[in-house]
Each structure stands twice: as structure tokens, then as C-alpha cells.
Design a protein around this ligand. Sequence first.
Ligand SMILES: C[S@@+](CC[C@H](N)C(=O)[O-])C[C@H]1O[C@@H](n2cnc3c(N)ncnc32)[C@H](O)[C@@H]1O
Length: 410
Amino acid sequence: MAQQRLDVVTIFPEYLAPLDLSLIGKARRDGLLDLHVHDLRDFTHDRHRTVDDSPYGGGAGMVMKPGPWAEALEHVVAQGSAGEAGGAATTGAGEPARVPTLIIPGPGGERFTQQVARELADEPWLAFACGRYEGIDERVYEWAGERMPVRVLSLGDYVLNGGEVAVLAMVEAVARLLPGVIGNAESLVEESHEDGLLEYPVYTKPAEWGGRHVPDVLLGGNHRAIAEWRHEQRVQRTAERRPDLLPPAAASTALVDLEERVATPADAPDLQVLTRACWAPEFARYGMFGAGEEDLETVRAGIQEWDTRVWRRDGQLLASFRVRPHPTQEATWQIGRLMVAPYLQGRGLGRELLAYAESLAPEDVGTFWLNTGAKSTENLRMYKKAGYRVRPGEGEFPGTVDLTKRRSPA
Ligand SMILES: C[S@@+](CC[C@H](N)C(=O)[O-])C[C@H]1O[C@@H](n2cnc3c(N)ncnc32)[C@H](O)[C@@H]1O
């Protein structure tokens, strides 16, 4: 399993001790995370191990000197790329990584979001520079930017005393997305912010506590009703607490409002999440929770083997499908993974996608072919309405059916 290397440079190495605890500590012991903490003061050359000085131009507070930062980061790069002290960082292809992506936490940075966490989870090597005082001399950002990718990231619109707390939060958010760190990967899909909505309320035993009752729907065992109730709760909660998260044009979303691209391997992490978000309720209908998950390599391979299209708005992946000539059936156009983010389903986007997927077929194609879960009632309804017929017998995969449609003459 892939390992992510993390280097943290700080004047308070002890601050990072919590990364030895809980699931992140276990991920380190299991070899999924290779964490190195460096004391910035080890890269000073005076008796007092000075890392700060007064600001040019006057003003309150002190500024971190550039010299120790450059030496510390050079040390991190040399150690991580050469494989000293704990092995070299390697890319997904197993090649030694040359430089890390440097994260500099700061209240003036780009907002750290779940989307950014996903991007960082895909990096083989991250380094974090924890500022203190009034921050780090600006020239360090320029110097580092000439040597490695640099991202300045803010936890939120408030000011902390130093970057360490921000790094703890970021490392936890990133590490839990790494394959193998969280035992039940399905729990990742259902969480707040994964698809733009907050999570639904959760309950555990006892069913009645202090006169308060768990909602009846959760006790009934009807998975469809539970999924619907949870979705409603998510929309309601998001509208109440974070209306800013609801897309302003959600009610009138059409394909033309979204940005279309042919997918590249860089889309794989988002596609993996969208697939899980779409599949989880499907598999739940069969009582197969957590089934059908694909690793990133498989998702990337799919992108190479198919013509995969993705639609985004404000960077967020909202819809996708993939098409290709059927590998074994002549003059047949295979349409797969037609997916719409759960909170945009039921608005007609799927029908638009299907028509578009068909329009991409070469002229010699006479039949459209697709496959869906035998119990996926909404999908089946949409496909039948679009003229597809269910083929007799089981589909290509257990529990699925194949559907076909003759192409109407032009
Ligand atoms: C007191 S702050 C410096 C604030 C700086 N003078 C400014 O106004 O932008 C010291 C350090 O705390 C960290 N920090 C403070 N607030 C943060 C936030 N919202 N997100 C991430 N890091 C933060 C950064 O590492 C920063 O260099």
C-alpha cells in the first residue's frame, strides 16, 4: 500500500505529539504515514538559536528570519529525496519524489477545505512550515516557490498563535483519506462536505433516552426510507446552518451551466468519491454496505480505457459518464458510470447526460448498451423512459441487468 511522507518544521516539535495517537498514530505504526518533525532551531548558528527579528518598517511583533527556514527546507528535501532517516518519499509510480509540496499555514491563505484535503491526499510527499510571531519573512515564500510547489492554506477566518494547530488539523483531514487509514471507507463518503452537504444526524442505543426517541424511520430497517430521510435531513441542515454551501442555482441546474471536460488521471480522486457517493445507496439496497469500492489505480485505469467526461462547477465534480465501443459486441456503444452528485439527482441531469453519451457514438453504432443494478428503480425508470429495454437474465455483474436500445435512424 502507498505511503505518504510528511515533514513538519516547527519551533515546537512537542506540539505535534498528538499525531502519535488514535488512527493517525496507528497509520504511522502501520507504515501508511511516514512523519518527520524537525526543530527549526536546529538550523540556527547562534548561541541563542534565534529564529526571529524585528520587522523592517516598524510595527508590532517579530518576524521569522529567512536563513533558518531555507536551511531547514533544504535539509527536508535532501533527507526525503535521498532516503535518509526513514526512507525516500516515492511517487505513485514508485519513483523517488524529488521535492515535497510545501504547505505554509496562514490566515491569509487559500481556504483549507475537504476538496483541498483530497488533493493533498493524492500527493506522495507534503512538507509543512509552521509560522509563529507575525509570520515568516516573505522572501522564504519566493525562495521555496522556485524549488517546490507551495500552497498557503488557511484553516478559517481567525488568527491562531502558530501554524502547529493548523498542521494537526490538516494532517488529520488528509491522512484519514489515505487508503487503509480508516477501516470503513464508506464512512468517508457519507460525511459532511464530501458532496457539498452536511451530514445527517446520527443516533445509537438506547432507542429511548431521557424521554427522547430515535426517529422511527431509523428503527424500521427500510433502507430506502432511511436513505431518503437522511438525504432530507442533510439538505435541511445545510440550508439552516450553512446556506452558503447550497449551490445558488441548484434548482435550475442544467448541463450547460456546468463546465465539461474529458477526464484525465488527475480527476481520479474526485471520480472515486463521486462513484462511492452514487454506489453506496445502491449497494445498501442489497445490504452490502461498503461493497464495490474501487482503488485509485482502478479508477485511473478506467479513465485510460474509456472516454470519460466530467462536469464541474466551481471546481466541484458534479456529474460524469464514460463511453466506448463495446469490447465484445459489434456496432454497440457502451455507456457506463452515468453519475450525478446525490444532491443534484432527480433534476433531469441524468437524462441530459444519457442523450449526450449516445450522441458521442460513431456512425456505425446501431445499439446502445448499459448496465445497472437490478434493484436500481430510479435508474431503470429513467433508462426505460429513454427507450432502453432490459435484456433477459442476469447482467454483466452479479445483481445487475443489461439494457439495450436500437439507435433510431438519423
Ligand atoms: C499570529 S499568526 C500571524 C498572523 C499574521 N500576522 C497575519 O495577520 O496574517 C502566526 C502563525 O499562525 C498560523 N496561523 C494563524 N492563523 C491561522 C489560520 N487561520 N490558518 C492557518 N494558520 C494560521 C500561521 O502559521 C501564522 O504564521
